[in-house]
Design a protein around this ligand. Structure first.
Ligand SMILES: Nc1nc2c(ncn2[C@@H]2O[C@H](COP(=O)(O)OP(=O)(O)O)[C@@H](O)[C@H]2O)c(=O)[nH]1
Ligand SMILES: [Mg+2]
Length: 183
């Protein structure tokens, strides 16, 4: 199952994918050393060069023997439109990460998953003291999140919390499927 992990810049998408993936997550760095080795001659001359054109993060996690999740971390901003079209193909659900230091930063991502018609949940990645001043209900109100959309806290650095969040998304999707009229 393909799952999108989205939200504004710096909300913890790369961290979330990296904290739980069973394979080395594909990151910009991996892309550069593998794809660029032997091809990009300039690379050896400038070993400190890092590209800023991060496309997306990719990782994999087995929830149980039957369910394997492929995680795609991608920014939700407007300018990543073309990337989104591709990433949404075959996706079964999304996690929208929220950072309370920049709640509005996740609006674009929310808008996208809504429009894509993807089952999704919202996860508050708590950064620092600021995060504790926000209740989940305040976050729900600020982002105008539907009552039926799960909202939970998830420290992107904590594999246990990330796993719980992913399991909740799979369960949420299942509930939505069961509500749909058959035939
Ligand atoms: N304090 C704190 N830092 C975090 C948390 N999650 C991610 N970070 C840090 O925040 C920065 C941005 O995270 P990153 O995953 O790169 O964000 P992305 O832009 O959404 O991919 C990194 O330096 C992370 O180590 C968190 O839950 N708490
Ligand atoms: Mg990132």
């Amino acid at each position: 199952m393909k799952i999108l992990v989205t939200g504004g810049f710096g909300v913890g998408k790369t961290t979330l994918v990296g904290s739980i993936s069973e394979i080395t997550p594909l990151t910009t760095e991996a892309e550069m050393t593998q794809a660029g080795a032997g091809v990009d001659e300039g690379l050896e001359l400038r070993p400190d060069k890092t590209t800023t054109t991060v496309a997306f993060d990719f990782g994999r996690i087995s929830i149980d023997e039957q369910i394997v999740l492929y995680l795609f971390g991608a920014p939700g901003q407007k300018r990543f439109h073309a990337l989104w079209e591709r990433l949404c193909e075959g996706a079964v659900g999304a996690i929208v990460l929220v950072d309370t230091r920049d709640v509005e930063g996740s609006f674009a991502a929310l808008d996208r998953v809504e429009r894509a018609g993807l089952p999704y949940l919202v996860a508050h990645n708590p950064f620092g003291d600021e995060a504790e001043r926000w209740s989940l209900e305040e976050i729900r109100a600020s982002l105008d999140i539907d009552a039926g959309t799960p909202l939970l806290r998830c420290d992107a650095r904590d594999p246990g919390q990330v796993r719980t969040t992913l399991a909740e998304l799979v369960a949420h999707r299942q509930r939505l499927l069961e509500q749909e009229p058959v035939g």
